[in-house]
Write a protein that binds this ligand. Sequence first.
Ligand SMILES: Nc1ncnc2c1ncn2[C@@H]1O[C@H](COP(=O)(O)OP(=O)(O)OP(=O)(O)O)[C@@H](O)[C@H]1O
Ligand SMILES: [Mg+2]
Length: 272
Amino acid sequence: MLDYRNPFIVSSPVPLERFIGRKRDVKAILDRLAGPAPDSTAVSGEVRIGKTSLLHYISSPKTAEKWELSPEKCTCIFVDSQTIAPFSPMGFWHYVLKSLAARKVHDTGYISSLLKEDDVGGFELGELFDRIAGDGKLVVLLLDEFEHIVEHVNSDDPQFLYRLRALINRPAHGLALVLASRKPLTELCQNMRFVGSPFYASFALLSLGPFSWEEANKLIDVYTQGTGVVFSDRDKEFAYEISKGHPHWLQKVCFRLFQRHVEKMKVRSESE
Ligand SMILES: Nc1ncnc2c1ncn2[C@@H]1O[C@H](COP(=O)(O)OP(=O)(O)OP(=O)(O)O)[C@@H](O)[C@H]1O
Ligand SMILES: [Mg+2]
């Protein structure tokens, strides 16, 4: 039976099995996390370029396992920064602590005791991530929409960023970060007054661009497989030309092309 449901995804981040391309970016991020001293990355890219899809893909145990970051060793916690609204450092750390407790990353009794405190300070957090590292584990926080956090940080005294940076730079390395924002982290932080080394200096910067021609072709082939609809070379060239390889626009153009193909097929079958 042919499946004429449109396979192209035009609004939400793509699920794991529909994630196409980005091999170099995935490798760059996971190579850094899997190293002897896990390194953090700040991803940037224009609207709808695929930042959230990439963070979801990275945070899947199936992906991380290939880098020997098994779920027993590495816990990825995806946080859409807009979830913590209104943003406050304490709201943020409580969210993280609750996520760690829910995943049983460390002694839940210890985490619960921290949750009871109104103010979880730098000492307690440092201690917690050192203990996690001591268990042979790593926590990776994937913070999407990071601009939402930066917006709420005092630019004359960015204490929240100091604390984050201090935690990823601890010698035990129990915590690493993957940030995503539309603007590059350097630009986001340009009006911040840092005393000492700037926050962004602790990150590898990665800019997401459009899909290559090969990636776009792969997307079309994978998505149309088993649907009974075949995109011609001309269709593929048209879709790439219009979208310029931008994943969202590529999916949108292909969605329309797919609809047109199905309509034509229906008309043909009715006239037979
Ligand atoms: N790796 C991918 N494989 C297939 N499609 C993708 C991929 N990445 C992005 N897309 C397409 O682009 C759209 C936007 O992706 P996503 O929501 O991840 O982008 P974003 O950069 O997080 O957007 P925003 O700037 O709004 O937060 C998805 O709905 C999907 O159509
Ligand atoms: Mg997004």
